[in-house]
Design a protein around this ligand. Structure first.
Ligand SMILES: Cc1ncc(COP(=O)(O)O)c(C=O)c1O
Length: 508
């Protein structure tokens, strides 16, 4: 546990602002590792206008502090580049947040909270608003089969801050943190900011003999060989961003058996932000599994479970996240919390506390009655996913067959086939995009956003530099289906019109 001074606290607050406030201002512009190819004409970004002589800011010439230097120069990233190519007409299937409204019971809860008097508009407890903590204790006791009390819970500003605090309290300089690759790019800089070394553990993209399909598979030997005396953490993310993989029970047993011998040293960080969006449960998961079957029970004494309300309730701006785990792991987090936040937003915490019990009751939308909100959520994502599959298949991308493989979250890691490259190269202007010295994933995304009006994200930010050089990222793009089904269908229409020679699709 690190000792904290006021200076450290201020520093941490600054970093939190860098990590949380700045990315959320540009929403899709989450800072990623500088692994993406550099665009030949870098777009104008807020950072590039800072050197304008009309701007007089004496702080500009100050060198960044050592901790900020870890982040590298504020150059355009893949996120800021593709955000800059968007127009009001673009259908953005690259963004990682829902464009649908939160369910009515969440909006009602929020309204009720706002009108409930002056007290709720003030600070609440640093480690969590009591009514929300009570709800989380109830739910996680049930999900985990452990007695979860307030000592086992800390509420944070989104799952991002939960990850940040967990890493800050666990990592000493030089400790290694394992992450399955491809990975959610936020992990890299968070690990580095804690003084740790990110160690990617590549998943194999190979035919699974059980499904007969190509899937992202855990390779036990690769994981076992990645564990060293310096390994301090494994970040486990299921459903997985960016691949949509849901780890199977057998893969979770493998992780458990490989980690258990090191359990006095290695902590599992289980990032479960998509746990309620399992649109296709993996065939090997028992049918009785509760949502969020990602729990590796045998590792509970060494696990910090991280989640948030953003994806589940289409409310990423609410920024309510949390950490659940055993008391010894939570204690340093609770000690650190008041120095990085006075509290997470009391209003959204209170609204969520009201909404959670309602989410378990029957849910009615457009005259259809669902068992609960989660049943609706799953069916709604199945619908959106299928619309996206149709669009991607129409363009010639390879997509998983969810009749045979598991899937969760709201991304498809679509395979770049020879067919799609051929079609794009044959289309008007298409060839030019491949002649700009960029990788194929990058060229395709640039082509689709500029020529078809459909945004998607190249896969390079989700891979290490080494793997990008090997060419793996050229084979995938990440496409999201968290928008309205009509928009996804419109994206499909545009693609079929442009790519498929479907004349009818071109008629608006
Ligand atoms: C895998 C994963 N973990 C964590 C987060 C961050 O969640 P939050 O918005 O609650 O900070 C995201 C957001 O995209 C994510 O994809």
């Amino acid at each position: 546990m690190k000792t904290f001074t006021i200076v450290h606290a201020a520093l941490v607050q600054f970093i939190i602002i860098q990590l949380l406030v700045v990315p959320t201002l540009s929403l899709v512009s989450r800072t990623g590792p500088k692994t993406g190819p550099t665009p030949s004409k870098p777009p104008q970004t807020p950072t590039s206008t800072v050197s304008d002589s009309s701007v007089s800011d004496s702080s500009v010439s100050l060198p960044p502090s050592p901790i900020v230097s870890i982040l590298g120069p504020p150059t355009p990233t893949v996120w800021s580049h593709f955000a800059s190519l968007q127009t009001p007409q673009t259908i953005n299937l690259g963004q990682g947040y829902p464009s649908t409204s939160p369910p009515q019971f969440c909006l009602d809860s929020l309204q009720e909270t706002v009108k409930s008097g002056s007290r709720i508009h003030q600070y609440t407890k640093s480690d969590g608003h009591p009514p929300l903590v009570e709800q989380l204790c109830k739910r996680y006791s049930k999900h985990m089969g452990e007695e979860i009390t307030e000592e086992n819970v800390a509420v944070t500003v989104g799952a991002s801050q939960a990850l940040y605090l967990s890493l800050q309290t666990l990592i000493s300089p030089g400790d290694e943190v394992l992450i399955f690759e491809p990975y959610f790019d936020l992990y890299i800089n968070q690990i580095k900011l804690a003084g740790g070394i990110p160690v990617p553990v590549p998943l194999d993209y190979a035919v699974n003999p059980l499904s007969g399909q190509k899937e992202w598979l855990l390779n036990p030997t690769t994981l076992s060989n990645s564990i060293t005396p310096k390994t301090r953490c494994l970040i486990f993310n299921s459903p997985h961003n960016p691949t949509g993989k849901v780890f199977t029970t057998s893969e979770m047993s493998t992780i458990s058996s490989l980690l258990l011998p090191h359990s006095s040293r290695i902590t599992l960080l289980s990032d479960e932000v998509y746990k309620y969006i399992i649109h296709s449960p993996p065939p090997s998961s028992p049918p009785t599994s509760p949502p969020g079957h990602t729990m590796i029970s045998s590792l509970y004494p060494n696990t910090l479970t991280i989640s948030s309300s953003g994806k589940t309730f289409s409310a990423t701006g609410w920024q309510v996240g949390w950490i659940i785990g055993p008391k010894p792991l939570l204690k340093p987090i609770k000690q650190m919390l008041p120095y990085v936040q006075f509290c997470a937003c009391s209003i959204t915490q209170d609204a969520l506390a009201k909404a959670l019990p309602l989410s378990d009751s029957t849910y009615t939308l457009n005259g259809i009655v669902y068992k609960d909100y989660y049943e609706y959520l799953k069916l709604s994502y199945v619908k959106r996913r299928d619309a996206l599959i149709e669009a991607l298949e129409g363009a010639g991308f390879g997509v998983p067959d969810y009749e045979k493989v598991g899937g969760g979250g709201f991304f498809i890691f679509a395979e770049v086939t020879e067919d799609i490259i051929k079609r794009v190269k044959e289309s008007t202007n298409g060839k030019e995009y491949f002649e700009m010295g960029r990788t194929k994933d990058w060229a395709l995304c640039e082509y689709f956003i500029k020529e078809v009006g459909v945004g998607m994200i190249p896969s390079s930010p989700f891979f290490s530099e080494e793997r990008v050089k090997e060419g793996i990222s050229e084979k995938f793009v990440r496409v999201a289906f968290c928008g309205e089904v009509e928009d996804i269908e419109e994206a499909g229409r545009r693609i079929r019109c442009k790519e498929g020679g479907d004349v009818e699709a071109c008629e608006i």
